[in-house]
Design a protein around this ligand. Sequence first.
Ligand SMILES: [Zn+2]
Length: 238
Amino acid sequence: MLCTENTLVKIEPHRLTAAPMRCKRWTCEICAPMNTKELKRKARRGAPTTFLTLTVNPNSYEGPHERAEALKGAWRKVVRRIKKQYGYAQLPYLCVFERTKAGEPHLHIMCRVRWIGQQWLSDQMRREIDAPIVDVRRIRSARRAAAYVAKYVAKAPEKWQGCKRWWRAKCYDIPQDGDDPEPGSQVHEWLIRHMRAEMLVQLWAMDGWRIEHAGFSYVMRPPLGGAREPPPPGSAPP
Ligand SMILES: [Zn+2]
């Protein structure tokens, strides 16, 4: 399926909404910039206080992919140990893989905690995967830190085998009032049409519906002089 070939449609009595369905792949030129923006927003909104960088030992494991997987596993264990060591009930974090110039994985982690000691963390990583080189610093600007980590994801064309580009603990998100559900997240309200959004909107416009908002997604208002029935988008050719 090509990106945006399909459209999510919501039909309300006085409003039609059409949102292109994205493939959301980081290798897609339409989706990658939007993914980056979304990642920045999520990273910033977790109000991170502390920035960690974890590395690997290039002499351990078979290759960079194996080292990335080991790093991922080490972080999972270290999360548990941080909670125990510092008495944190939760460890809200968001982490992002980087591929360094040398082709090795680094893990950049934004977290919301009082503190984590550099030497202590270094000891844990030595114990786990023999990779004691770690960095711990305070985040002064969540915005800057978010932009910094997003950059790594955006520039990495491939991901490490068996690893996501980035992920976060559920507790990292701080819900805010007025959060808009993403198009398609309330599945029952949205229908899928197998055509491009621009095409669908043109068909609606021929029925007199007026474009109220046009951007990545479209919102249409009923024809002037009284709403007819919403044009069944099913009338569009499949
Ligand atoms: Zn796409």
